[in-house]
Design a protein around this ligand. Sequence first.
Ligand SMILES: [Zn+2]
Length: 473
Amino acid sequence: MALKLFNTLSRSIQDFTPLDSTGKKVGMYCCGPTVYDFAHIGNWRTFVFGDLVRRTLEFNGYTVTHVMNITDVEDKIIKRVRENKTSLRELTGKYEAAFFEDLLALNCKMPHHTPHATEHIPEIISLIEKLIQRGIAYKAADGSVYFSIEKYRSCGCTYGQLLKLNFDEMRAGERVKSDEYAKESVADFALWKARVPDDGDVFWPSPWGEGRPGWHIECSAMSTKILGPSFDLHVGGEDLIFPHHEDEIAQSEGATGKPFVKHWLHGAHLLVEGKKMSKSLGNFFTLRDLLAKGFTGREIRYLLLTAHYRETFNFTLEGLQGARTALARIDECLGKLREVAGTSPKSKVQSPKPDDPMIQRFTQSLDDDLNISAAWAVVFEWVRETNKRIADNSLSAADAVAALTVWDKVDSVLGIGAPAEAEASAEIVVLLEARQAARKAKDFKRADAIRDELKSKGWVIEDTTKGPKLKKI
Ligand SMILES: [Zn+2]
């Protein structure tokens, strides 16, 4: 079975076939963060979903070029720069660094390209110029440049490809300058925003005067620069369908006359404790808030990956406890497998057999529009059976090595890896060092007392050939 994915363009599940004539290369663009604050757990659901798409494509043998832009100039950013009395670069630099730290904490693969809007002003200007030349964009009296929906439609192009829009309710000549607006106010949108006092020193020269780009044009300019006028996959949260993605299509197809993206994939919303996330309800979490509560990036990733991407997901702290238990079951099984495998050389088994039933069933689940619940069911059935075989002593060392190879292949998609080893706080590390010093001094009574203290704090010491290691109980 080939990989099938739901395409928002056709509102149906379709076979995924890349545009590349060899059928091997895939270009994928994910709308990246707007770096004015820490990304919240709803944002992270989308980014982890994007990571799952990339890993699934690679698992299927495709060579993926993964692009994720950094929106470092936009309405919300400028507002925050003004409020914080800081500079654009200082604000966006801080939150961009935090974003990549969080991305790694969730074990998401680094995109191959992370273009910045502020570094693509010439490309953005030339795209707007092209739209003006084609008569689809115009300069308004305030010096801003707008995209003309009417002109675009009169060229035979469709505005409203990802969702149905009611043009009868549109007021002719209406236009909107802010980056975010509702579909009830479908209107000409800003490509270039003329400089206003509130922009402070955030502006660039352009053929239309000083100003800055609109948010939507940034993505069209950066995606087509790196991936070409037409590419395979565009991923984002469903909240971006309108206006952001619809405007991306209009700008790109308006400028190039070519179909922009073949498959549009959108991830659904996330609720927290059954409600829309909001600071006033106390259910607003950044990744850092959850890490501070003692959960690991691995547990959060696991939980985010338990629901199908097109379903609204209710993220709860109880769910995170469940994630911890589920991961412990997998870890325990893998630990036992490693014991059985002993020193058997893993190099003999480079990759699992293609007809391995676990791999086959896992692949089938993912190929079915990323049916992750079915994929996890396959994993836990495998854990149960493997545990049974270990308990029966019917698993040889070679079998264990093969099973671990199967797991590695499956985990290349799930990305949950092994539990982190170095998450101990400074206090715990100091205790470990004190125990080492006591042992060196042959003060075994003190060494044992420290070991017990560590245990009471939830850590055990494993003495390995490379020295002692801390392990969370
Ligand atoms: Zn975008």
